[in-house]
Write a protein that binds this ligand. Structure first.
Ligand SMILES: NC(=O)c1ccc[n+]([C@@H]2O[C@H](COP(=O)([O-])OP(=O)(O)OC[C@H]3O[C@@H](n4cnc5c(N)ncnc54)[C@H](OP(=O)(O)O)[C@@H]3O)[C@@H](O)[C@H]2O)c1
Length: 220
């Protein structure tokens, strides 16, 4: 493992977890994988090659500086409680979109219109942990397909109150084949969550370049 880079663990290897891990490896960044299913974890690690290692969830959290629980919003509170000791002092990236099927083939928000998962979860994280909202702005397909775009890379937005976690999140976004773009503190998460101004399934509509993102923001 290349120890000069930020150590990162992706926990939960569904659609978005797999896409995040795949992009990191493609960008030559080591990644620790973990899930509740060790066989699934090992199989993905083998598929991704030497830069991916599989661990038990608890060991993955202990070993990494940055933890990406790629799981549902509703499961995150329990996740924080179960691993509160191991998560102490870590940077946690929240990718979640607080939605559920609406029964008509679409999705509805499961928190109030003016609330964001990022803000709610920032009050629930274990002590000394820092929460960054990132990697949830694009659907898993777009996250894979628009990474490493040439000639102009696409943007991944993030929101964070922690200025001293900037280097790690920007490094991870860059390794993933995107340009990092800070939209402000965690209270700005709503913009980059589903239905938000800067979400693929909101006013943004598609992955955008840095120039397009700046233009979008100056006109909003
Ligand atoms: N899919 C997208 O396009 C997309 C885009 C942006 C953001 N997101 C967000 O990403 C999160 C995951 O979505 P997804 O589409 O990747 O879902 P998914 O394909 O259903 O995968 C969810 C994964 O979470 C794991 N999981 C659930 N509860 C867990 C727990 N308590 N501890 C550990 N692992 C747990 C599941 O593991 P098991 O296999 O063990 O059940 C499963 O592998 C959601 O919050 C979603 O809003 C998704």
């Amino acid at each position: 493992m290349n120890t000069s880079k930020t150590t990162v663990a992706v926990i939960g290897l569904g659609n978005i977890g797999k896409a995040i891990a795949t992009n990191l490896v493609k960008g030559n960044h080591s990644v620790i994988l973990a899930s509740r299913d060790n066989e699934k974890t090992k199989s993905l690690a083998e598929q991704l090659g030497n830069l991916a290692t599989s661990k038990e969830i608890v060991d993955a959290i202990k070993e990494a500086e940055v933890i990406i629980p790629a799981i549902y919003f509703n499961a995150l509170k329990d996740f924080f409680q179960t691993f509160s000791k191991e998560l102490d002092g870590k940077i946690i990236i929240d990718v979640s979109n607080p939605i559920a099927p609406d029964g008509n083939g679409g999705f509805k928000k499961i928190i109030a219109e003016n609330e964001s998962a990022g803000k709610i979860l920032s009050d629930l994280i274990p002590k000394n942990a820092r929460l960054i909202k990132a990697f949830g702005t694009l659907g898993a397909g777009s996250l894979l397909n628009s990474a490493f775009n040439e000639p102009d890379k696409k943007v991944l937005f993030y929101a964070s109150d922690s200025t001293n976690s900037r280097q790690q999140i920007e490094e991870l976004i860059t390794s993933s084949g995107f340009v990092p773009f800070n939209v402000g503190g965690i209270d700005q998460s709503i913009k980059i969550e589903v239905f938000g101004d800067l979400h693929e399934f909101g006013a943004l509509g598609k992955p955008v370049t840095l120039a397009e993102a700046k233009s979008k923001i100056s006109h909003s």
